[in-house]
Design a protein around this ligand. Structure first.
Ligand code: GTP
Ligand code: MG
Length: 137
């Protein structure tokens, strides 16, 4: 069993999809270890996405991710990181498989509804960015 970190991004929160996305996540076998509604400041988003700072879309990404509330969560399941990325689908919803969260709820490659960590190491770093030990169960 291991863990991944996810965010329901501002677009999906604005559109009222929190409940549907959490239902799909738990119905897919993930246990919620930590959960909250929160908002990243511009500085938070710059730090969270520092790995993308040289990419042409960095400014747009930081602006988008800080524009409204998100749902942050830590999820537990066997093979969590890989299985969660399968569940959310490709970065660009146009390329996402049928039935994936991004296929169902994402609007574009930028506003793509959900985040999923890309490695066990980053899952731990990203979870610790958003949650204290007292908020993990
Ligand atoms: P995350 O789970 O959010 O990390 O997505 P990912 O791992 O599928 O994609 P990646 O880490 O490469 O990119 C991080 C985020 O940057 C994406 O989820 C998008 O929100 C955004 N992004 C990626 N490519 C583009 C792009 O070409 N244009 C814009 N505007 N945003 C992009
Ligand atoms: Mg990524």
């Amino acid at each position: 069993t291991n863990r991944t970190f996810t965010m329901i991004k501002p677009d999906a929160v604005e559109d009222g999809h929190i409940g549907a996305i959490l239902e799909k996540i738990t119905a897919s076998g993930f246990r919620i270890v930590a959960l909250k509604l929160t908002q990243m400041t511009v500085a938070d988003a710059q730090e969270f996405y520092a790995v993308h700072s040289e990419r042409p879309f960095y400014g747009e990404l930081v602006e988008f991710m800080s524009r409204g509330p998100i749902v942050a969560a830590i999820l537990e399941k066997e093979n969590a990181v890989e299985d969660f990325r399968t569940l959310i689908g490709a970065t660009n919803p146009a390329d996402a498989a049928e039935g994936t969260i991004r296929k169902m709820y994402a609007k574009s490659v930028g506003e793509n509804a959900v985040h999923g960590s890309d490695s066990d190491e980053n899952a731990a770093i990203e979870g610790a960015f958003h949650f204290s030990g007292r908020e993990m169960f």
